[in-house]
Ligand binder design. Sequence first.
Ligand code: PLP
Length: 238
Amino acid sequence: MPDGAMTAQPDLAANLDTVRARIAAAEIAAGRAPGSVTLVAVSKTHGAEAVAAALAAGQVVFGENRVQEAAGKFPALRPANPGLRLHLIGPLQTNKAREAMQVADVIETLDRQKLAAAIAAERDRTQRCPDLLVQVNVGREPQKAGIDPDETEAFVAACRGSLALPVTGLMCIPPVEDDPRPHFAWLAAAARRLGLAVVSMGMSGDFEAAIAEGATHVRVGSAIFGARPAPAAPIIPA
Ligand SMILES: *Cc1c(COP(=O)(O)O)cnc(C)c1O
C-alpha cells in the first residue's frame, strides 16, 4: 500500500483551492457571510509531509482522529506555524484525556460525563483547557459515539455549570444512510438554543448541505488529501 501522503501531495493545493471555492459558493448560496465557515482539513492517515504541504498552501486548521497519530505529527510543526489549530475529532478514551489536551486546541468529541470529569480534573491540574464541542449522536446509532439528542441540553448545562468547562459548540456525524440535512438542521437549532457559537458538521460528501443548514466548521478529509487506505479487512475464520 503506497503512503497516502505521497500519492496525495501533487494535487493537494489544487484540491484545497477547489474545496475553498465550494465553501465560498455555499456561503453565498445560503446568504452566509463570506469567510464565516472554517475549513478543518482532516489529515488522518496522511503523513506529516501532507500536513506540511497543506500548511504551505495556507491551511492552518487540521483535524485528526487519534491522539497518538496527532501527537506524532503536529507538535514538530507548531514552532514554525504559530497559527496552527488542531481539532481532535475521533472518539476519546478517558485515559487519553491528558495527552489529548496536550496536543489539541479543540476537542470535538466530548460525549459523556466521565470524560467531562477527566478533562475538568486535568484542566484544574494544568490551568489550561482546549475548546470543547459536545458530540451529539443525532441518528441515535447504537454503535456511534455521542450524547443522546434528548440529553444534550442537560449535558451541556452540567459541563458549563459545575465543571466550568469551555464548551463552545456542538458536533455531529449523521447516519451514512440518512439524508443529512434534517440532522444538520437539528444540530444548528440546538446550538442556537444553547447559545453555542460553533456548529461542526459536514464532511467531503455533504459539506455544502451542512453550510446551508448553518455549519460554522466543516471537516473535510478525502476531498483535500485524497482517498485514505481502506482499513485492513477483518480476518474471517474459515
Ligand atoms: C474522517 C472524518 C472526517 C472527514 O471525512 P471525509 O469524508 O474524508 O471528508 C470528518 N469527520 C470525522 C469525525 C471523521 O472521522
